[in-house]
Design a protein around this ligand. Structure first.
Ligand SMILES: [Cu+2]
Length: 172
């Protein structure tokens, strides 16, 4: 199934406190209201500007259960189409990441390359964006525009998909 997804991706790797900050007219930082997030858009003159847009929040918790198991849990199984902001809280002791793949394939069915111990060809599954290098105790955010369908969420650091850092999200 071919879907058109707006190329609208914001990755904020800064501390959570900085999430949603937008440069105001005087260059001052302005916080977006609750329930909205800063999104880059082109104005009528083709200039890139940041605007606060309504977004659906999804809380993603990641970490390690034991030496052989990890987790990636979402607070919802489905969200309405539109802008979705993932906030990824790393509760573990290792660095993790979140990659959102626009694919009908269930996350558990994504092929893991045995030698590399990760999903080799992320591009084959239409990656929409990622929140990378989330340190233990830190959080990262990722805002993407999602159309109805299935999305697979993974942490593709070596070994982590095999240890179940995977999740599925349905967009209605
Ligand atoms: Cu991980």
């Amino acid at each position: 199934m071919k879907r058109t997804v707006a190329k609208l991706v914001i990755v904020t790797m800064a501390a959570t406190a900085l999430v949603g900050m937008v440069a105001g007219p005087a260059g001052a930082k302005t916080k977006c209201p609750k329930g909205t997030t800063a999104v880059a858009e082109k104005n009528s003159k083709g200039k890139k500007v940041k605007v606060c847009k309504a977004t659906t929040p999804v809380l993603v918790k990641v970490g390690e259960t034991d030496t052989a198991h990890m987790y990636m849990t979402l607070d919802v199984a489905s969200v309405p189409a539109g802008l979705v902001t993932f906030t990824v809280e790393n509760e573990g002791v290792k660095v993790h990441e979140l990659i959102v793949l626009d694919t009908d394939i269930a996350a558990a069915d994504l092929p893991v390359n045995a030698a590399k111990d990760r999903v080799l060809d992320e591009k084959a599954y239409n990656p929409l964006g990622e929140a990378e290098d989330i340190e233990p105790g830190a959080s990262g955010t990722l805002t993407v525009a999602l159309s109805p369908g299935h999305y697979a969420l993974i942490c593709n650091i070596k070994g982590h998909v095999r240890m179940l850092m995977i999740s599925d999200l349905t967009v209605t």
